[in-house]
Design a binder for this molecule. Structure first.
Ligand code: B12
Ligand code: SF4
Length: 466
C-alpha cells in the first residue's frame, strides 16, 4: 500500500505524506501537466482593471502542485490568454469568486468537454459546490492545503472524487512558503501591483452576516509562526535587493489576536518594511496599537466601517464596530501617519437617507483619505444570502461585485438609494472635497486614486448599478 507510514495517530503527517506523494509521482511515465487560471471578471467597476494584486490563492495552489507536476500559470486580468485548446494539459484548475464565476464555468466547461481533469476552487465554488460540480471533475472546498494529500494522490491514480473537503483544517505552520515565480515570471508581470501579498492568519470569528469567512473557516482563527512570516519578508527583501519591500496582508482580520498582532509588528519594525492590511476595529481605539502600526511601516489600513447607522450595524452582527470608537480609531491612525481606506456599505433594510448624510459628515470631518462605497451584496453561503434569497433581483453572478443593486430595502426606494449613493460618491470626490480631506498628506498614490475616483464618479448613473 502506497501510504504506509503516512498517518501518525490517525492524522496525515506532512513529511510522510509528501514522501509518499513523490514516490507515487515518480512512478508516472511523464509528469502530469497542469494549467492554472485566474479568470477576469466582466464587471465594469474598476475591480479587475489597472494594476491588480498577485493572486496569492492561485500562487499557493501552484506552489503545492509544482512539487509534483508541471505547472503553467495564467492570469487573464494581466492580459494572459486562456487557450481554446487544452490538449497540452492533463489538469485544468480554475479559481473563482462570484464575480468571475460565469467566466470560470465557461473555461471549465471547455476543458471538461476536452476530457481534462477540471478543478474548481475559491470562495464561489466552495459555497455553491453543487452548482460548480456540474462544470468540473472536482470542487475543492476551501483551502487546498488541507486536502492536498488526498487530491494529489487521486490525480496521480486517476480516482477523482466530486468534492474535496477537509474534515480538519491544517495548522498554518505546515503550509509551504508561496513561490512567487509563477506570477513574477509571467510575460505580463508588470501589470501586477508592487505590493506583495502575504498571509499571517486565517479566519475571523467575528461572524458578520454578509461575510463568507465564518462559513468557510467556522469560528477558527489560525496563525503562522511569526518567524515564518518575517522570514518570508526577508526573502522578498533579498529578492528585491532593498529593505523597503511593500507587503499587503491578505488576512481576513489580522488584528483579531492583539498579542500576536503587536508582536508581529514589533518584528516587522526591525525589518524596515512597509505594509497595509484589512483590519477590523476591535482594538484600534487603543493608541498603542496605532503607534506600533505606524512604527512598523504601515502606510494604509483598510477598515470596514460599513455604516454610520447603529441599526444597520446591529443587524449585520458586526460586534467589533462600535460607533463611539470610530473617531478615536481614525485619530489614532492619522496621528501615526497611517492613511485610511474606509469601506462603507449601503442598501440594508435599516438604511434611510440619513445614513448617507451621516457617512458624508464622518468622512469629511475625519478626513478619510480613500473612501470606498459598495452596495450590500448577499453572497452565497452567508446567513444574509439565506435571509435575502426570496428578495434578490437576480442570480447573475457577474453582478455580484458589490456594485450592483440587489434588492429593494425596506425604508428607502431603490431609486432614492441609487440617487443618494451616486450623490455621496460625487460629493466626497469633488475637487474641493478631495483638497479638504487630503491637504497636507504625503504626495503618493492615494492622491492619484482620489483623482481617478473624481473622474470615475462623474460618469456614474443609476443604470451603472442595474
Ligand atoms: C484579501 C482580499 C481582497 C484583496 C485582494 C484580492 C486578491 N486579488 O486576491 C482586495 C482588497 C483587493 C479584495 C478585493 C475584492 N474582494 Co476580497 N477578499 C479578500 C480576502 C479577505 C482574502 C482573500 C485571500 O487572498 N485569502 C488568502 C488565500 C491564500 O486564500 P483563498 O483565497 O481562500 O484561496 C485558497 C482556497 O480558496 C483554495 N483555492 C482558491 N482558488 C483555487 C483554485 C483551485 C484550482 C484549487 C484547487 C483551490 C483553490 O486554495 C487557496 C489557497 O489556500 C477574502 C476573504 C476570504 N477569506 O476569502 C475576501 C473576498 C474574497 N473578497 C470579496 C469581495 C466581494 C471582493 C471585492 C468584490 C470587493 C470590492 N467591492 O472591491 C473585490 C474583488 C476583487 C477581485 N477581482 O476578485 C468576497 C468575495 C465573495 C464572493 N462570493 O465572491 C470575499 C470572500 C469576502 C467576503 N465578503 O466574504 N479582496
Ligand atoms: S470582521 Fe471582516 S472578516 Fe470578520 S466576519 Fe466580519 S467582515 Fe468577515
Amino acid at each position: 500500500m502506497e501510504f504506509n507510514g503516512m498517518f501518525e495517530n490517525g492524522a496525515p503527517s506532512t513529511n510522510g505524506a509528501a514522501i509518499s506523494l513523490e514516490r507515487l509521482a515518480s512512478k508516472q511515465k511523464t509528469r502530469k501537466k497542469w494549467l492554472l487560471v485566474q479568470p477576469k471578471s466582466s464587471t465594469s467597476m474598476m475591480v479587475d482593471s489597472g494594476s491588480v494584486s498577485m493572486p496569492l490563492n492561485l500562487i499557493m495552489v501552484a506552489t503545492l502542485a509544482g512539487k509534483l507536476f508541471d505547472v503553467t500559470f495564467l492570469d487573464e486580468r494581466t492580459g494572459d490568454q486562456v487557450p481554446e485548446d487544452f490538449s497540452g494539459y492533463d489538469v485544468v484548475g480554475i479559481t473563482s469568486r462570484s464575480l468571475n464565476a460565469t467566466k470560470a464555468y465557461a473555461i471549465a466547461d471547455r476543458a471538461k468537454e476536452q476530457g481534462k481533469i477540471v478543478l474548481l476552487g475559491g470562495v464561489h465554488p466552495t459555497m455553491l459546490n453543487d452548482e460548480a460540480r456540474a462544470h468540473c471533475t472536482s470542487v475543492v472546498y476551501g483551502e487546498i492545503e488541507s486536502v492536498w494529500t488526498e487530491l494529489a494522490s487521486d490525480i496521480l491514480q486517476g480516482t477523482m472524487k466530486p468534492l474535496y473537503k477537509a474534515s480538519e483544517l491544517k495548522p498554518m505552520t505546515s503550509m509551504a512558503r508561496p513561490d512567487f515565480s509563477y506570477a513574477l515570471d509571467s510575460p505580463n508581470a508588470k501589470k501586477y501591483s508592487t505590493r506583495i501579498p502575504i498571509l499571517a492568519t486565517k479566519g475571523c470569528p467575528v461572524g458578520c452576516s454578509f461575510c463568507t469567512t465564518p462559513t468557510v473557516y467556522g469560528k477558527s482563527y489560525r496563525y503562522r509562526e511569526m518567524e515564518l512570516v518575517l522570514d518570508e519578508m526577508r526573502y522578498h527583501q533579498e529578492r528585491l535587493g532593498r529593505k523597503q519591500a511593500i507587503f499587503s496582508f491578505m488576512d481576513d482580520n489580522i488584528s483579531f489576536r492583539p498579542h500576536y498582532f503587536t508582536e508581529l509588528l514589533e518584528g516587522m519594525a526591525k525589518l524596515g518594511v512597509r505594509w497595509n492590511a484589512n483590519i477590523s476595529m476591535n482594538f484600534l481605539h487603543k493608541p498603542e496599537v496605532a503607534e506600533i502600526a505606524g512604527r512598523s511601516g504601515c502606510d494604509l489600513m483598510s477598515i470596514g466601517f460599513e455604516s454610520l447607522n447603529p441599526d444597520v450595524l446591529k443587524s449585520m452582527n458586526k460586534g467589533s464596530n462600535r460607533l463611539h470608537n470610530y473617531q478615536t480609531a481614525v485619530g489614532n491612525l492619522h496621528k501615526n501617519g497611517i492613511a485610511i481606506q474606509g469601506y462603507f456599505m449601503f442598501g440594508f433594510d435599516d438604511d434611510t437617507e440619513k445614513s448617507f448624510q451621516a457617512t458624508y459628515d464622518f468622512i469629511m470631518q475625519n478626513r478619510i483619505e480613500f473612501p470606498v462605497f459598495s452596495l450590500v451584496t448577499p453572497f452565497p453561503g452567508t446567513p444574509f444570502f439565506e435571509e435575502m434569497k426570496p428578495r434578490v433581483r437576480h442570480f447573475d453572478w457577474d453582478k455580484y461585485d458589490t456594485y450592483h443593486y440587489m434588492y429593494e430595502p425596506k425604508k428607502i426606494s431603490g431609486e432614492k438609494l441609487l440617487g443618494n449613493f451616486i450623490k455621496l460618491q460625487r460629493e466626497v470626490y469633488k475637487g474641493r472635497a478631495i483638497m479638504q480631506r487630503m491637504q497636507g498628506k504625503p504626495l503618493n498614490w492615494v492622491w492619484m486614486a482620489n483623482f481617478a475616483m473624481n473622474r470615475f464618479t462623474r460618469k456614474l448613473t443609476p443604470e451603472s448599478y442595474l
